[in-house]
Ligand binder design. Structure first.
Ligand SMILES: [Zn+2]
Length: 72
């Protein structure tokens, strides 16, 4: 119930990248386009980890390693 308490405590959250004030339910910073999660206990928005991009990156790296492995 930690998140709910934070949302009651704050009416705005701050972007962790450029420190502009945003609405609590904003999912993206209008200024720097960072994807944002919920507000934390300091009134800062949490950064969302982009799992899809992370997985794609991991796949690309493993494909490259496999390619190297089979090429030589
Ligand atoms: Zn921002």
């Amino acid at each position: 119930m930690d998140k709910d308490e934070n949302e009651k405590k704050f009416v705005t959250k701050k972007c962790p990248e450029c420190f502009v004030y945003l609405k609590l339910d904003d999912e993206q910073c209008f200024h720097c386009k960072t994807r944002l999660g919920k507000v934390d206990k300091h009134g800062m928005a949490k950064r969302l980890v982009d799992w899809k991009a992370y997985l794609l990156c991991l796949l690309a790296v493993s494909a490259f390693v496999l390619y190297l492995f089979f090429a030589y």
